[in-house]
Ligand binder design. Structure first.
Ligand SMILES: Nc1ncnc2c1ncn2[C@@H]1O[C@H](COP(=O)(O)OP(=O)(O)OP(=O)(O)O)[C@@H](O)[C@H]1O
Length: 299
């Protein structure tokens, strides 16, 4: 029998009063995948992750973690989570909280390795109320990892981190993924999704609007941008084959085109010099905004 997916969400619907936060969302994540849930504010990422953790009963649908209901999977130590508003008990020291949580697990992650992996060397004697935002996030990560869970659900885990801490965090995540952990994280940071995830799921208005590798999502925006230096007149550019828009500034022309090859052929056949000619595809950010615009899902 094939192994159950690490996370299986079927028809998940979450309503808060009159707000439809998650709209019949389906998602299947295989063990070992690193998946970014990408979406604008209010897209439904936290509601999806919180429902996946069984923090509330969804309006409709079901969630299975390694084939088990959330509460059962969590009890069995199969899931570690970092929530957006994760708290730490006040007036305790980091080492005490960590010891408490490790004791709850039958096979806790060896302490030295856990401390090194989460990057909390030197923080064990620190009071939790004296931690910086980034340090706090790393302590929360250590708690999420304490039971060496095969599945990690992380809601904007790097939100309070500076660039360096963020980089260190994602190095850790990549190492965990290599060890076979499944990592699912919500983010607004497109470059993180691009750099870390082997799969990007774009959520908008509580629905999955794109699902694939970062490259495949980028290619959903079929257009390309052609750029070249130009300080002279620009007549005729808008009428070139494929061109859907003309932009740029006093020194540079940027042509949006739906058919880069045809536009380039026409440009190269023309009299205009094309210094610093450059053709590029959409960045993940552009692809993301395009997908959201198409679904009309800003709210
Ligand atoms: N407890 C709640 N009560 C009422 N509405 C809520 C509650 N939690 C979330 N919402 C609403 O549900 C929608 C989805 O919110 P959710 O937090 O899941 O989105 P998100 O993608 O995680 O957003 P963000 O990136 O800002 O964290 C939003 O419209 C939000 O205002």
């Amino acid at each position: 029998m094939p192994a159950a997916p690490a996370l299986q969400i079927e028809g998940l619907t979450v309503r808060y009063g009159g707000t439809l936060a998650v709209d019949a969302l389906d998602l299947r994540i295989a063990a070992g995948e690193t998946v970014a849930l990408l979406g604008a504010n209010g897209a439904g990422k936290s509601s999806t992750l919180n429902a996946a953790l069984g923090l509330f009963r969804p309006t409709a649908g079901r969630v299975l973690l390694h084939g088990r209901a959330p509460a059962e999977a969590i009890r069995a130590g199969g899931v570690g989570a970092m929530l957006q508003h994760g708290g730490l008990p006040s007036e305790t020291r980091v080492g005490e909280v960590l010891a408490l949580v490790r004791r709850r697990h039958a096979e806790p992650w060896p302490l030295d390795d856990l401390v090194a992996t989460a990057g909390i060397d030197g923080l064990l004697d620190r009071r939790v109320d004296a931690l910086s935002g980034g340090q706090r996030q790393r302590v929360l990560l250590a708690l999420a990892l304490a039971g060496a869970p095969p599945l990690l659900l992380l809601d904007e885990p790097t939100a309070a981190m500076d660039v360096e801490a963020r980089r260190a965090f994602w190095t850790t995540m990549r190492a965990l993924a290599r060890r076979g952990h499944t990592v699912v994280f919500a983010t607004h940071h497109l470059e993180e999704a691009d750099a870390v995830a082997d799969r990007v799921v774009v959520v908008s208005a509580g629905r999955v609007v794109a699902d694939g590798t970062a490259a495949s999502i980028r290619s959903r925006v079929s257009g390309r941008t052609i750029r070249f230096g130009c300080s002279g007149p620009r007549e005729g550019l808008a009428g070139l084959p494929g061109v859907t828009g003309v932009g740029g500034d006093d020194e540079v022309v940027e042509l949006a085109t739906a058919d880069a090859e045809a536009t380039l052929r026409a440009l190269l056949a023309g009299p205009r010099p094309l210094p610093d000619l450059e053709v590029r595809g959409a960045t993940l950010e552009e692809a993301f905004l395009h997908l959201i615009d198409r679904t009309g899902a800003h709210r």
